[in-house]
Design a protein around this ligand. Sequence first.
Ligand code: PLP
Length: 370
Amino acid sequence: MQIPFVDLKIQYSSIKEEIDSAIESVINNTAFIGGKYVKQFEIDFSRFIGIKHCISCGNGTDALQITLKAMNIGSGDEVILPANSFIATSEAVTAAGAKVVFCDVDDQTNNLDVRLLDSLITPKTKAIIAVHLYGNPADMDTILQIARKHHIKVIEDAAQAHGAKYKNKMVGTLGDAACFSFYPGKNLGAYGDAGAMVTNDDELAKKMRMWANHGRVEKYNHEFEGYNSRLDGLQAAILSAKLPFLNKWIEKRRAVADQYTHALQELTDLVLPKEFEDYYSVYHLYVIKTKYRDKLQAFLKEKGISTGVHYPIGLPFLKAYVYLNHSIDDFPVTAKNQKLLLSLPIFPEITEEQILYVTENIKLFFHSIK
Ligand SMILES: *Cc1c(COP(=O)(O)O)cnc(C)c1O
């Protein structure tokens, strides 16, 4: 049996009519850039999140960079972010002109280890980027409490966490602003690049919109040099067509996670993802830990099962950040976990039979090495 890591085609087949008619209407209206479909998606997504403003843009990386610029964060400023994330989180900080400050992650959640935050804050610190990694919310109460004490901003990187909840509150409404990616493989994915920023702050929203659109308020009235980062009409219409299904897809992901956890909990050489009370994870990824990671991954590959590693090299250890002169000892948890993490196939359409095939083969692997 072949089990892909994700399968975007089955999802398309299940909503083909909605998607095809969305695409057709954009083309009929030639609303390719800006226009009513983009406006409508911004309304739809802000309603889904339960927030005042949604400003769409080209992708999730741009969303982070534009948010920083709109907050006036740049040269001479420092931004704290987790050592285990996708490079977009740190790249945006550098692109905005600020300095990246990595924080090690919590061993259980792989999100910011909030106990370390205070020690990383300097007079130059302007913001903390809280990544809700794998779709599991970061410890927002503690992060916000520390940030408020030091008068610094909190930006949520919610690229993997559309619809996740923290203490019954929607992820994206917790910090000063939040950034989303609609990259095709994300829980709400477009059919190309797409992203958005959300906030309740009127002034910030206005600046974000200007930064994403050449620093202008009207067609040729540019108040400063911004960027060209736009959501196109086709992507917007596709996203609006998919949004009504998102909650159902999240429930499916959570059911898949439950089945994995139920089937694998007896294996002592495995650490399974743990969902804390009052945290509602949307399981963008189902990430296990084992010291036999490489062997297990190779074994599963041979059985036709695709897996992933998120991420195989912690951000501070990438060649891109050699200039920061970090060593393994600076981020012991990230260093340890990058050798242990393994992401199992998860997508709303994965079948019970496929899940069973994955879990049976994992059990087979652990029995074979005994
Ligand atoms: C995907 C992702 C991004 C970047 O989004 P793009 O749309 O690919 O630019 C940022 N942060 C995290 C945690 C992501 O997973």
